[in-house]
Structure formats: C-alpha cells, structure tokens
Write a protein that binds this ligand. Structure first.
Ligand code: FES
Length: 123
C-alpha cells in the first residue's frame, strides 16, 4: 500500500536528529493518533542551511518528515512556507488516503519552526 519512495524514507530516513543551536523549532502533535513531530531549523540570511527532525509516529509520518527535510534544505523561508502536505505526499509518489493526515504533521511542524524563527527574530 506504500510506494517504494515511502518505504525508502521510512526505512532509511534522512536528517534524523536534533540541531543543538537551532534558531527555529516547531512541534506538532496529531490529536487523532497521538503522534508527535519536531523539526529543528538552522536559518541564515532567510535560507534554511540545516534541518533535522524527530518523529514519534507511524511509518508515513516518518517518511513525510524525512521527505520534507530534503525538500527544504537550501530553500528560502518563503519557498519553504509554500510547501504543503499535498506537495510532500506527491514527492513521495502519493500516500494511501487513510494516511494523508500523517503528512499534515510534516508540513505543519515545518511551518511552526519557521514561525518560531521569525518570532525569535522579532520580524
Ligand atoms: Fe499518526 Fe500517521 S498514524 S501520524
């Protein structure tokens, strides 16, 4: 039921971990299943230089977290803010309908981390 890309990112997730001196951190929980995702950003001159994640969740949540980190590295904050859960799911070759809500976590955690960075900057 999962695409090869989903299985690849689930079994071999990219950018797992924490950034000790992250200047933007976003955390979201999924009320439906209790899964939690946290994204750490290292932003310089409005460019995402580094990004890592920690996800306590299902396979689809881990795969979408991994994919979203690959999609935003090197992007500007404006570009990253435009990444939707649908875009993340599309990049993985699609998700089963029952698992689409899992991809919300990745996009939401990313957007929260960017908002955290912006509010810390006082912008
Ligand atoms: Fe909880 Fe997928 S079942 S995020």
């Amino acid at each position: 039921m999962y695409t090869d890309k989903v299985m690849d990112h689930f079994t071999n997730p990219r950018n797992v971990g924490e950034i000790a001196d992250a200047n933007g951190v976003g955390e979201v929980g999924n009320a439906k299943c209790g899964d939690i995702m946290r994204i750490y950003l290292q932003v310089e001159n409005d460019i995402i230089k580094d990004v890592k994640f920690k996800t306590f969740g299902c396979g689809a949540a881990i795969a979408t977290s991994s994919m979203v980190t690959e999609m935003v590295k090197g992007k500007t904050l404006d570009e990253a803010l435009k990444i939707s859960n649908q875009a993340v799911a599309d990049a993985l070759g699609g998700l089963p309908p029952a698992k689409m809500h899992c991809s919300n976590l990745a996009a939401d955690a990313l957007h929260e981390a960017i908002k955290d960075y912006i509010s810390k900057k006082g912008k």
